[in-house]
Design a protein around this ligand. Structure first.
Ligand code: ADP
Ligand code: MG
Length: 366
């Protein structure tokens, strides 16, 4: 399958300290590829290079498998559409904004109006067609910007933090609407974001960019469940990363000693090996300890004192001292039902399949 758009051996420096270095990155037909990473990791720079807005010092941008030279860049750029964090609308009506790009491509009148109306409808802003763009709310403006990009039927849609400026309800609603559009129309899309939740909601594949380099590129679920390194694990939301020693391996279960406790883990490792375990907070549940009526069939039930509770949007983040700090996320409901308070003894429960072994340590260190 020839990728639609690809980077090969790309290098670009911003003195004094930043270098983008991408061996290979390909956008496949019909996929949503998210590029995630912390602020300053080079995501916008990478997107500008992909979008032929900035030339790398070394390497190639390939369209349909062929390197694009400077003369062809403008024509190729016209086959892409970009939406940025700031919607950047022209000071005219909503429908005027959406038909503007069509006009540049020689599509006018009835045909242009029909296409514009259809895309405004799909983004739920058809009723705003006659409004001046500058009177729109942030969420409405971003919907218009997306309609204006998609009406051009681009070969590739490039999105740079398109939801970052929006408040929570409009952000969530727009992510859901865009997900529906992309699912139906299968427009190849590159989504750049520092928000891993957006990547989980929208992307088929995820590239993790840290300090100008792609550290992992894989199917979305695999990146989140099996990060290749501690820095990727931290970025994709793994909170517990602990070192332990393998005690035994039998019947598909590896027993690992960590902080004086024994954990049962599905991942394979040899007895005696030192390992690093990564555990996602949403894979850990809290229950009352067995003597207080709590029970679980999960492999791992660790008693510990609650060291810290931090209330978040989605409930709470709870750190349990199990001989090592184990982080769990709990819903507001279980926070209340269990009467969780700092200092109380609780059971932290997770399946043998929850911990992921991070590569990197020598497999047979005595
Ligand atoms: P991100 O989008 O991941 O936040 P950027 O691609 O915007 O990161 O920036 C990566 C690094 O390059 C940052 O250190 C930034 O300050 C620097 N940078 C970005 N654009 C320029 C530029 N035009 N000139 C010089 N430095 C830049
Ligand atoms: Mg950026």
């Amino acid at each position: 399958m020839t990728p639609l758009l690809a980077l090969h051996g790309v290098r670009l420096r911003y003195p004094p300290g930043f270098t983008l270095e991408v061996e290979a990155l390909a956008v496949r037909p019909a996929e949503v590829l998210a590029v995630i990473g912390p602020n300053g990791s080079g995501k916008s720079t990478l997107l500008r290079v992909l979008g032929l807005l900035e030339r790398p010092e070394a390497g190639e941008v390939r369209v349909g498998g062929r390197a694009v030279d400077a003369r062809e860049a403008l024509a190729e750029r016209r086959r892409m559409a970009t939406v940025f964090q700031e919607p950047w609308l022209a000071d005219t009506t909503v429908v005027g904004n959406v038909t503007l790009g069509l006009g540049f491509r020689g599509i006018h009148g009835e045909v242009a109006a029909r296409r514009a109306a259809r895309w405004l409808e799909r983004f739920g802003v058809a009723a705003l067609a006659g409004r001046r763009a500058r009177t729109l709310s942030g969420g409405e403006a971003q919907r218009v910007a997306l309609a204006r990009a998609l009406v051009l039927e681009p070969g590739v849609l490039l999105l740079d933090e398109p939801f970052a400026g929006l408040d929570q309800p409009s952000r969530t609603a727009l992510i859901a609407d865009l997900a529906a559009v992309l699912r139906e129309d299968r427009v190849a899309t590159v989504l750049v974001t520092h928000d891993r939740g957006e990547a989980q909601a929208l992307a088929d594949r995820v590239a993790v960019l840290i300090a100008g380099r792609v550290r992992q590129l894989d199917d979305t679920a695999r990146v989140f469940q099996t990060p290749v390194s501690e820095e990727v694990a931290r970025f994709v939301g793994v909170e517990t990363i602990v070192s332990g020693r393998v005690l035994s391996r039998a019947g598909g279960v590896t027993r690992v000693e960590i902080g004086g406790r024994t954990l049962e883990v599905a991942a394979a490792a040899d007895p005696g090996a030192r390992v690093r375990l990564a555990i996602r907070p949403e894979d850990v549940t809290l229950t009352l300890p067995p003597e207080q009526g709590g029970g679980s069939s999960a492999r791992n039930v660790l008693r510990g004192a609650i060291a810290r509770i931090t209330v978040t949007d989605a409930g709470a983040r709870v750190v349990v001292d199990c001989g090592f700090p184990l982080v769990a996320t709990v819903t507001p409901r279980s926070l209340g039902d269990l009467g969780l308070v700092e200092g109380m003894t609780i059971a932290a429960v997770f399946k043998a399949s929850a911990p992921h072994l991070l590569p990197g340590l020598a497999p047979h260190t005595p």
